[in-house]
Design a protein around this ligand. Sequence first.
Ligand code: XMP
Length: 327
Amino acid sequence: MGNDRRPEDMVRITTPELAQAFIDEQIALVKEQVGDKKVLLALSGGVDSSVVAALLIKAIGKQLVCVHVNHGLLRKGEPEQVIEVFKNQMDANLIYVDATDRFLDKLAGVTEPETKRMIIGGEFIEVFAEEARKLEGIEFLAQGTIWPDILESEHGIKAHHNAGGLPEDMNFELVEPVKILFKDEVRIVGKQLGLPDNMVYRQPFPGPGLGVRCPGAITRDRLEAVRESDAILREEFAKNGLEGKVWQYFTVVPDFKSTGIKDGKRAFEWCVIIRAVNTTDAMSATVEEIPFALMNHLVERITHEVKGVNRVLYDFTPKPTGTIEYE
Ligand code: XMP
């Protein structure tokens, strides 16, 4: 299929009209490539896979089979949004797999960050491959590869993050309809395809999800505290005009407790660390100046609403020396 590389003279997609022209062109190319065969897609809910899903639903409808694996490390409301947008609104052929217990059981007691990453990545492929084996007649695998992924893998910076990984007997032909686009173009195309703003303009979220924000061995209670405090932070940033302005913001719940007081009694509980940073390339980052009144409000809400938390801290560390994530 054509369009393997971004043409040197390709006009940057900046308008709905340019996005629509790209969508029409890709729909024709996908139809030509796939014919009446079936295509499989791992739909994480992230920008790239969501845009690929929306585009392929337009091109081939129910011939696309989307698999959403919930590894239990997603943010509050994310699996629900994937189901609402793709199954309910776009009528996608969507398989939802709740693999939370499987992932958390495998991760129990594992403290080393890279081992945690490997378990999450490996288990993800396993669950996805199991679902794929249950399906008949799949010949294609769709992926949300984008142009910077291809450039980075060519320059040896990182392995092409999507390609490969599946067991060798699963020999699918790839369908990669956004592989010549830059990230900003993917978002404009996604918007034109009717995806909601909070999906298209969402902040970066790591593959291992909340797992790297629950440092050390992941426990369900701490993971819940991360998820609930993150939801409060996101809600307050949206209400206070910081959503879309701050590059990345989240909470971390480290593996230690400190003494506090709740309802007049000693409360030996977790603390929540808030991180909010700005960057252009994630290689270095500066810390957002959160208004003090908002900070006080966040402390008030998190200590009252999140179970098992009695203290809130703000991380003032730029990158370097601190990385953005804690693991
Ligand atoms: P660090 O922590 O290295 O993060 O300063 C830089 C950016 O990369 C994201 N990040 C990840 N993304 N898988 C991902 O898909 C990962 O394992 C991972 N680790 C960090 C991080 O969220 C930040 O945007």
